[in-house]
Design a protein around this ligand. Structure first.
Ligand code: 5AD
Length: 489
């Protein structure tokens, strides 16, 4: 019998990337192999994002495109999984009746079984968690299972880097955001399980872990006997794992940026000196309507504290422009904050109204699309100037880079066998660096002398001593999942 195959498209945040890795690992145990071609696949999955309308529309078009294969071969199983599945539920099938499976973020462990049920019964299958108001907190929590089974190094962009979930869900209820309903109540995983997972990953050759949570710095595990493990405690425990080289964590909530965490970032040599702490707006009125629980003044104070406690730390942010009631004056304040805050980079989004959120209930989406677009561009221009200045300060310095592989430019072109490729990797402050070097350096940490910089990239040269003494060929390329990446959370 020919091997059974699965095709997956993933959009959205790191959580989704990790979820896809785990779903595929589970299906592989059932005898599936990954394919790049939906036409040949027995199972076609879309791991979805609901954070902005555009992400959902793109997914619906992508699903529409593969339906031709399903019509030709009705035995194929088409699944819509993740955030949009949890949010839209049966609406997914109202819109696309040929979809066989709708599986929410808290039910992904059921996928192998559901695939079998669909194949046997040809009946559509739903697996969804409870809504936040449908039952007691405990019952809702129990309906969102943390999904962290066996890891599969072949499913990651590189085998030496991995995401590790420390927390699921979110309790912040920012008024614009769907995540508290698509990913359920905030729950921190047991630190022993997390550290064990990191050990397993390091045993598989992993060198860098990125701890993920919607507001990762609110991580706290209550042991029930008066002991609590905070994120700072967790990363100090992890720091002792021999063979692990780097620890990162994303994304942070400004109000939870405590000094114990900043001290850990400074003191622990494996912790990347980079903090992504989204502010969203530079205007107090807007922050209040977003229900962000801090003022711009408090954010500025936090930023100052980050830089004071962790000298040299790189900070990045997210912004939403055109939120309900954002005036020219509110936007001017955001421009001022971006100009002065000197973020390494910022992710800027136009407000997208999401049904089911408090903002959609309470406030009209009253900033015209044209204005959103203009504000987006204006803010980006200020950020880009700062990003350039930030990157250029590295010229003449040397940086430590964990080499991830060929750069994007390199992947696009074909070369002679003896060509020295352009490789890429990240520094200890999360800056992207590119340099020409043999591919066998992939997965190693090298010293790069920075010679030039754009607003996004450091250009450099690998120290010559790094080029000698490494023997053996780079690993053969292994099949990686196809991934459509939107902006990250
Ligand atoms: N519209 C636009 N951007 C949003 N984000 C979250 N919800 C929305 C929305 N409704 C942005 C925030 C968040 C990032 C992941 O996405 O900036 O930090």
């Amino acid at each position: 019998m020919p091997a059974k195959t699965v095709y997956i498209e993933t959009v959205g945040c790191q959580m989704n990337v990790l979820d896809s890795e785990l779903v595929i690992a589970a299906l592989k145990k059932d005898g599936y192999t990954l394919t790049d071609s939906p036409a040949d696949a027995d199972v076609i999955l879309f791991n979805t994002c609901s954070v902005r309308e555009l992400a959902e529309e793109k997914t619906y078009s992508a699903v529409g495109r593969v339906l031709q294969h399903k019509r030709r071969d009705p035995a194929k199983v088409v699944g819509v999984i993740g955030c949009m599945a949890q949010k839209d539920q049966e609406k997914v099938r109202h819109r696309v009746p040929l979809v066989d499976m709708v599986v929410g973020t808290g039910q992904l462990a059921k996928i192998p079984e559901l695939v079998r049920v669909v194949q046997e019964t040809r009946q559509p299958q739903y697996a969804l968690s409870l809504g936040r108001k449908d039952a007691s907190r405990h019952e809702v929590e129990a309906s969102f299972e943390s999904y962290d089974p066996a890891r599969d190094p072949q499913m990651r962009p590189t085998p030496f880097q991995a995401f590790v979930r420390v927390q699921i869900g979110c309790d912040k209820f920012c008024t614009y955001c769907v995540v508290p309903s698509t990913r359920g109540p905030e729950q921190s995983r047991h630190p022993d399980h997390i550290v064990q997972e990191v050990r397993t990953l390091v045993g598989q050759g992993c060198k860098e872990v990125t701890l993920i949570g919607q507001t990762v710095n609110s991580y706290v595990f209550d042991h029930g006997d008066g002991r609590r493990t905070r994120l700072s405690d967790l990363i100090s425990r992890m720091h002792d794992v021999a063979g692990l080289e780097r620890i990162k964590f994303v994304t942070n909530f400004p109000k939870d940026m405590t000094n114990d965490l900043l001290d850990a970032v400074r003191e622990l040599s494996k912790v990347v000196k980079y903090l992504h702490v989204p502010v969203q707006s530079g205007c107090d009125d807007v922050l209040k309507r977003m229900k962000l629980l801090y003022t711009v003044g408090e954010y500025r104070e936090m930023l100052h504290r980050c830089r004071e406690r962790v000298p040299g730390v790189a900070v990045s942010s997210d912004f939403i422009v055109g939120f309900c009631g954002e005036t020219d004056e509110s936007f001017r304040k955001t421009m001022e904050l971006v100009a002065e805050a000197k973020f390494k980079n910022s992710f800027i989004f136009k407000y997208s109204e999401r049904s089911g959120t408090k903002a959609a209930e309470r406030y009209p989406d009253d900033v015209p699309e044209e204005t959103k677009k203009r504000r987006n561009n204006e803010l980006l221009a200020v950020q880009n100037a700062n990003s350039l200045a930030d990157h250029r300060q590295w010229i003449g310095k040397s940086v430590s880079v964990l080499v991830e592989g060929r750069s994007k430019r390199e992947q696009r072109s074909h070369h002679e066998a003896d060509h020295v490729p352009q490789l890429t990797g990240r520094t200890m402050t999360d800056h992207i660096a590119v340099f020409d070097a043999p591919e066998r350096l992939t997965g190693r940490t090298v010293t790069v002398d920075v010679e030039d910089a754009s607003g996004f990239t450091l250009y450099g040269r690998v120290r010559t001593e790094e080029l000698v003494g490494v023997t053996g060929e780079a690993e053969l390329p292994i099949q990686r999942p196809r991934r459509v990446s939107l902006d990250l959370v």
